[in-house]
Write a protein that binds this ligand. Structure first.
Ligand SMILES: C[S@@+](CC[C@H](N)C(=O)[O-])C[C@H]1O[C@@H](n2cnc3c(N)ncnc32)[C@H](O)[C@@H]1O
Length: 481
């Protein structure tokens, strides 16, 4: 198949499609992005750069046979229309401009600038070509500011938001180590936008009030000392019962979060228990395990797994040791109240990812169908995975989490495993939207990325455009004030 998008072979194309990568150096970062997002030709397409590494970017650009323009020169040229050709690709590197010392006012000023310039850029951009923004969310003195999510949502009013990549660093950012969240390893984003038939062209997106919540200031000190901002899990293969569920998370993820947020004897709850991974993990660590699940089928599997652990077949359980309590209800999460569970110390959960399991085309779905496995959770209309409207889905889920938060002890934490969703060529930043909605009442802590490294990469979009394979999930943690 002819590659119309860049000059990469399919072998080179594939690794770039993974939605996360290990950061090695700026040179490698710029080179991989420029090579992927450009297709040089004799008219020497324009590459535009804003950031602190102009010389490096220009050097790479010359090697790739592109016309390099710095942002400032380009702005001047665009004013008096002396631009000699449309821009094929732009990089905006804000990693130095926005850091933990950036105040909210300073950030707002940079954002206004970038958004205004992006509007001008939109008019000079080749159709179906990309801009990339490198930046990070920021943690300053005990507060978390999701600047990257905020800017992305704003730019999405102009360009179509296509995809994100997570750049994983081995080291923490030096300054971060002093603050209240002390991850061993840092991350930043490569946020990618495209000019296409869905793009707005003018900034019309409502401003998200990510920062209106002063509760961000109330977070406990020393959160996250045992947790790194990103981690790779290689889960063991699932057993016969577990594989019946289309989307369970691995036990080692459960263990990791329980170790961080709970102690022995605590009450752990999952409002959408699935096959009971949260409860089983809790029991193994001597925590009380509670939960609810809409589907009788999955609740039965969850109960069976947990009772096997509490009283394994053939074990007469004569040790006399007190066992943690376990109770999994078959009920709509909306119907749980204080009479059903003791005050909760920690919630670990994962929702249906909108109605994605009902999408017949999904590759994984086809494989499951072939094996005779269930491809959706249920046909039940109370099943959140059956709500077709995105906004209605996020609203309903938010209501559920807030009502569960009502059952939590003050100061208790809730971790939700989610991901951003791509559906029919559009991007729905589900993780960010959910974080934004819950942040109105709960304290949002820095997210942690669960990275998947054991799935083969599919060549989506090869030769035409960039569509990533989403191999990173967000573990969003909130604290009840
Ligand atoms: C992503 S799965 C959870 C998987 C689970 N963490 C595990 O590891 O097995 C989401 C679950 O939510 C359940 N669910 C959907 N709507 C629900 C509702 N209204 N109340 C309770 N559970 C619901 C689905 O049946 C599904 O099992």
């Amino acid at each position: 198949m002819k590659n119309k998008f860049n000059n990469l072979t399919s072998k080179e194309w594939l690794p770039f499609q993974k939605s996360w990568f290990r950061f090695i150096s700026d040179e490698e970062l710029y080179t991989s992005h420029i090579r992927f997002f450009t297709k040089p030709h004799q008219d020497r397409p324009v590459f535009l750069y804003r950031g602190p590494q102009g010389e490096l970017a220009e050097k790479i650009c010359v090697k790739q046979d592109l016309s390099f323009l710095s942002w400032a020169d380009w702005m001047d040229a665009s004013k008096d229309d002396t631009l000699n050709g449309p821009t094929q690709y732009a990089i905006i590197d804000l990693r130095e401009e926005i850091d933990e010392n950036t105040t909210l006012d300073e950030y707002e000023a940079i954002k206004r600038d970038v958004v205004r310039e992006a509007e001008t850029l939109f008019c000079h951009m080749e159709h179906r070509r990309f801009i990339t923004v490198f930046m990070r969310n920021v943690q300053s003195e005990r507060s978390f500011y999701p600047y990257a999510w905020d800017l992305a949502q704003n730019l999405a009013g102009i360009f179509s938001i296509k995809d994100e990549k997570v750049a994983c660093m081995e080291e923490p950012k030096k300054e971060v180590r002093k603050s209240w969240f002390e991850p061993e390893k840092d991350v930043f984003y490569s946020l990618n936008f495209r000019k296409d038939e869905h793009s707005g062209g003018t900034f019309s997106h409502p401003k998200l009030h990510f920062f209106s919540n002063t509760r961000q200031q109330e977070t406990r000190e020393n959160f996250g000392n045992g947790i790194s901002k990103w981690f790779i899990l290689r889960p063991r293969s699932r057993n016969k019962k577990e594989i019946l569920h289309p989307a369970k998370y691995p036990e080692n993820l459960v263990e990791m979060f329980l170790r961080e947020f709970t102690g022995a004897g605590d009450n752990v709850f999952d409002p959408m228990s699935g096959t009971g991974s949260t409860q089983l993990g809790a029991l193994k660590m001597n925590r009380n395990a509670y939960g609810t699940e809409l589907s009788q089928f999955f609740a039965d599997i969850a109960r069976e797994r947990c009772s096997e652990w509490i009283a394994p077949t053939g074990n007469n359980n004569s040790s006399g040791e007190s066992k943690p309590e376990c109770r999994i209800m078959v009920r709509d999460a909306r119907q749980v109240d204080t009479s059903d569970v003791p005050a909760i110390d920690y919630v670990l959960t994962s929702p249906p990812y909108w109605d994605m399991l009902n999408m017949k085309g999904a590759e994984n779905q086809a494989k499951r169908k072939k094996k005779g496995l269930q491809t959706s959770y249920s046909g039940d209309k109370e099943d959140l995975g059956n709500i077709a409207d995105y906004k209605a889905f996020v609203d309903e889920l938010t209501k559920i989490y807030l009502s569960i938060a009502g059952l939590m002890k003050p100061g208790a934490y809730m971790t939700i495993v989610v991901k951003n969703i791509k559906k029919k060529g559009r991007n729905y930043p589900f993780a960010w939207d959910l974080a934004h909605a819950l942040q109105q009442q709960l304290i949002l802590l820095p997210p942690v990325f669960w990275l998947q490294d054991d799935i083969s990469i599919a060549p989506y979009g090869y030769g035409n455009t960039w569509v990533s394979n989403t191999f990173h999930q967000y573990c969003l943690t909130f604290q009840k004030p």
